[in-house]
Design a protein around this ligand. Structure first.
Ligand code: BG6
Length: 293
């Protein structure tokens, strides 16, 4: 693969010795680890701040998730109710993905395709058989497309997320729009179902909301950085808005105690009522497109 890489893309050992693709083109800089197919950095050239947030306390270790960037969650979202010892957010964010292709598109966008199929390692925690393809396109905009194929003879039911962490100037000053009227599961209030009455979401305490049955575009307005981030999606009916605030940040060993003001997650998801079931041989694609204005 190494010799086939286009100009501006290198494959080397990143933090913890893990294989990492580094992109430095006229359009953007980016870093993607094969561990978890984890995008850790993306910044269009014309923008002064990174778009994706990374924790300074993140681990970069086989068997552990990376904290920040875009974890790929599959085949469950959050803790596994049926197997509390199984890793949170599924098994693929801690698996080593294969790098299938890297190409430069006509406009200079770098297109990366990775894949992962169930094997003895994933089956240890997740019995399901699956085949995943993940396409990441890095340019002035970012797009991610996760395609799940069911290779088995029985239906495959799964949850999934592109768990995007965004860098913000101060989470207390940002506003999130696009979810008005949606029902959400409030994980900070015992999982109660509530309605998003206020069209503008602001963050003033721990926030952990799984919005259901919503396909809408979500925007994040950050006056401090003078930018708006737009998250549009297809094949996804759930969205998550998450900031751990003070106590939860302290409780997470791979999250700095004082890092919470600088991040917010707006995640493109299918979970709970929106879990997907695929018949044998069928495929499903979920996409998230991120742009800045
Ligand atoms: C969010 C969940 O998506 O991810 C939160 O809604 C969770 O409940 C957060 O705390 C981080 O999860 P993890 O497994 O990466 O610590």
């Amino acid at each position: 693969m190494k010799s086939d890489l286009p100009a501006g893309v290198t494959l080397d050992e990143g933090r913890g010795g893990l294989p990492r693709l580094t992109v430095a083109t006229d359009l953007c800089t980016a870093e993607l680890y094969l561990h978890g197919a984890h995008l850790c950095h993306w910044q269009p050239r014309r923008h002064p701040h990174p778009v994706l947030w990374m924790s300074q306390a993140s681990l970069f270790e086989t068997g552990a998730p990376i904290r920040g960037g875009v974890p790929v969650c599959f085949p469950w979202f959050g803790p596994n109710a049926a197997g509390p010892a199984a890793p949170a957010h599924g098994v693929v964010r801690i698996a080593e993905w294969a790098l299938d292709r890297v190409e430069t598109e006509r406009d200079g966008t770098t297109a990366i395709v990775l894949s992962l199929a169930s094997d003895a390692g994933t089956r240890a925690a997740a019995p399901q058989d699956f085949s995943l393809a993940y396409a990441v396109r890095l340019g002035e905009a970012l797009s991610m497309a996760l395609t799940v194929t069911n290779p088995a003879g029985a239906p495959l039911t799964f949850e999934e997320a592109l768990h995007t962490y965004f860098t913000v100037s101060d989470v207390r000053q940002v506003s999130v729009e696009g979810l008005a009227g949606a029902t959400f599961v409030d994980k900070t209030d015992g999982g109660k179902r509530k309605t998003q009455d206020d069209p503008v979401i602001t963050i003033s305490s721990e926030t952990d909301r799984l919005y259901l049955n919503t396909a809408t575009t979500v925007t994040l307005t950050d006056p401090g950085f003078g930018r708006r981030i737009t998250v549009s999606k297809t094949g996804s009916l759930s969205s998550v808005v998450w900031n751990p605030w003070i106590a939860k940040s302290r409780a997470m060993p791979d999250f700095g105690d004082d890092e919470w003001p600088a991040m917010i997650c707006i995640e493109t998801v299918n979970a709970l009522d929106n879990a997907v079931t695929l018949r044998p041989g069928a495929s499903h694609t979920m996409t998230a497109a991120i742009s800045l204005s």
